[in-house]
Design a protein around this ligand. Structure first.
Ligand SMILES: *[C@@H]1O[C@H](CO)[C@@H](O)[C@H](O)[C@H]1NC(C)=O
Ligand SMILES: *[C@@H]1O[C@H](CO)[C@@H](O)[C@H](O)[C@H]1NC(C)=O
Ligand SMILES: *[C@@H]1O[C@H](CO)[C@@H](O)[C@H](O)[C@H]1NC(C)=O
Ligand SMILES: *[C@@H]1O[C@H](CO)[C@@H](O)[C@H](O)[C@H]1NC(C)=O
Length: 510
């Protein structure tokens, strides 16, 4: 989910007000600040002496306990450790599942890890994060690409088109303050670069400890605001390899990034927002002719201001003023239509500030609030209060920092130059992070493959002879649309989404 918090002070306010029904860490009175110690009841295998200074990795994840956490650490990362426990019959039922925390000093990032349904010993590893900023990756697990789907307040059912069909996959609640992740002493993270430090440490410890995955092909994926997160995180993981190598640790075998309906470049989105509501780019125009005409007059001014204040030279106050102007002229009229910003083919099943237009997210929250589920997941007692799909404090902190106004296509370009492939896929019905805006930046981006990529036509890609969407690909960069899907592609088009990912992991074209 990408939540335009700043732009829509009304939406933002409503989100905060609605927080009584869906509060995470008590959004009005965050847990931050109240001094909470992490629980200490897990097995302290950490203190065991090393073999000549070498760490003793846990070779077999399946050897872990279901009842208690096992704590892991590594001399190269003296301040980091991992708490992990097995939950074999959880969510999937056919594979080993694990949950835990990566503890980075006083920061604690919650994760789920599901082994592949095919061959965990050989299949690739995928890292997944949802967006927001501030939204929990439980959305990914229970509503989109995970091994099970929440069906009501108390139950999940097996999801056959899960992305762990032939990949090992972990889902991370990040940054701290999101989902079941927490911090001890009121630390907060308000920008992506800062969040990337914790993620890079997370990834390094994960592969070091679970030696069965060491050196395994690795892909970093995310959705929505993940378009900002994933390129920065992947760049941090890539750059960290020099340090790992110097320390005698196996580097991370980062192969690709995958971004679904991403917000990678705010600038190209502004023109695309107009086109998506006023032309038949995906659906019949949803906006009135008069509103469209006004928008078209405002757009050049919006673009000029954004360029001057956010791009050529970043000036916080001017950039904010420019973005407010664009939002007032272009986004607010869209929200006034009542259409679902995540799916132009539908009206919002709202109110949006309660349901995010998808009432199933409320069922997911209720499901995750069951004490039995929290216990099974090993949610730390420091995480009190009701579960919330998206954290308002985190969203607001990112909005205040204007994090979204720092495009990440330069990171994508840099990764491509280093042989890390990039899949940019977009559900065609999404408005908020739409395909036109994503297509525009993939074509505009400066990199050595720019010309080759730009020369490719946008062609149909097929599943069983039927058109699933359009794609363009060259030199490791693939852009693809998924027909008939909204913002959450795996929710709307599970079969197409899985097939796309399988083809991508196999290294073949779509
Ligand atoms: C992995 O776990 C072992 C055993 O708990 C620990 O000794 C080792 O330091 C850990 N390695 C990392 C990188 O966490
Ligand atoms: C670990 O934490 C200690 C105390 O906060 C700090 O002095 C030290 O620099 C940290 N070590 C690393 C490798 O970050
Ligand atoms: C929830 O769904 C499960 C599985 O479909 C079903 O057995 C159960 O009766 C449902 N519970 C409610 C309260 O509807
Ligand atoms: C959590 O949700 C329950 C049920 O909706 C509600 O009664 C309770 O007040 C909520 N707790 C908090 C801390 O918001």
């Amino acid at each position: 989910m990408f939540i335009k918090g700043k732009a829509f002070s009304t939406l933002c306010f409503a989100l905060a007000a609605g927080a009584t029904t869906q509060t995470f860490l008590g959004s009005g009175t965050p847990n931050y600040g109240t001094l909470k110690k992490p629980m200490k009841s897990f097995t302290q295998s950490f203190a065991a002496p090393y073999d000549e200074g070498l760490f003793m990795p846990v070779e077999e994840l399946s050897a872990l306990s279901e009842a208690q956490f096992t704590t892991l650490g590594h001399p190269v990362f003296p301040n980091y450790s991992v708490r992990i426990k097995k939950s074999s019959d959880f969510c999937d039922g056919t594979v080993n599942a694990y949950t835990g925390y990566i503890d980075i000093e006083a920061r604690h990032l919650f994760f789920y890890f599901f082994e592949s349904r095919n061959d965990p010993a050989k299949d690739d590893v995928i890292f997944w994060t949802n967006g927001g900023p501030g939204c929990s990756s439980s959305l990914g697990v229970y509503v989109e690409l995970g091994p099970c789907r929440v069906v009501n307040d108390t139950s999940t059912v097996f999801h056959p088109e899960s992305w762990n069909s032939n990949a090992n996959i972990f889902f991370v609640d990040q940054p701290i303050g999101v989902g079941f992740s927490y911090a001890d002493y009121g630390e907060t993270v308000s920008n992506t670069e800062e969040a990337s430090k914790d993620i890079a440490a997370f990834v390094a410890i994960f592969f070091e400890n679970f030696t069965q995955f060491k050196g395994r092909a690795f892909h970093m994926a995310g959705e929505s605001y993940g378009g900002r997160y994933v390129p920065v995180f992947a760049a941090a993981v890539y750059d960290q390899n020099a340090m790992l190598t110097a320390a005698g640790v196996t580097p991370i075998n980062l192969q690709s990034i995958m971004i679904g309906n991403g917000l990678t470049d705010f600038y190209t989105m502004s023109a695309a927002y107009v086109e998506m509501q006023c032309t038949g780019a995906s659906v019949f125009p949803v906006q009135t002719i008069s509103a469209c005409n006004r928008m078209k007059q405002a757009l050049p001014r919006c673009q000029k201001w954004l360029t001057e204040s956010c791009i050529t030279q970043f000036d916080m106050m001017n950039c904010e003023a420019a973005s407010n102007f664009c939002d007032t002229e272009i986004s607010e009229p869209f929200f006034a239509t009542g259409m679902n910003p995540y799916d132009l083919s539908k009206v919002c099943d709202g109110p949006i500030e309660e349901t995010l237009c998808y009432p199933i997210t409320l069922s997911m929250a209720s499901y995750l609030d069951q004490p039995s589920v929290r216990q099974k997941l090993g949610v730390d007692p420091a995480v009190t209060g009701n579960y919330s799909s998206c954290s308002n404090p985190v969203g607001q902190a990112f909005a205040l920092a204007m994090d979204e106004y720092h495009p990440t296509y330069p990171h994508v370009a840099a990764l491509l130059e280093r042989g890390v492939r990039a899949l940019i896929y977009v559900g065609s019905y999404d408005w908020i992070c739409n395909w036109l805006g994503n297509q525009a930046w993939t074509l505009d981006m400066e990199w050595s493959g720019k010309e080759a990529f730009g020369q490719q036509p946008l062609e149909s890609w097929l599943i069983d002879g039927k058109v699933a969407g359009k794609t363009r690909s060259a030199n490791g960069l693939t852009f693809a649309t998924v027909d008939g899907a909204g913002h959450m592609v795996p929710l709307d088009k599970p079969k197409e989404a899985l097939t796309m990912v399988q083809r991508w992991l196999a290294g073949s074209g779509l």
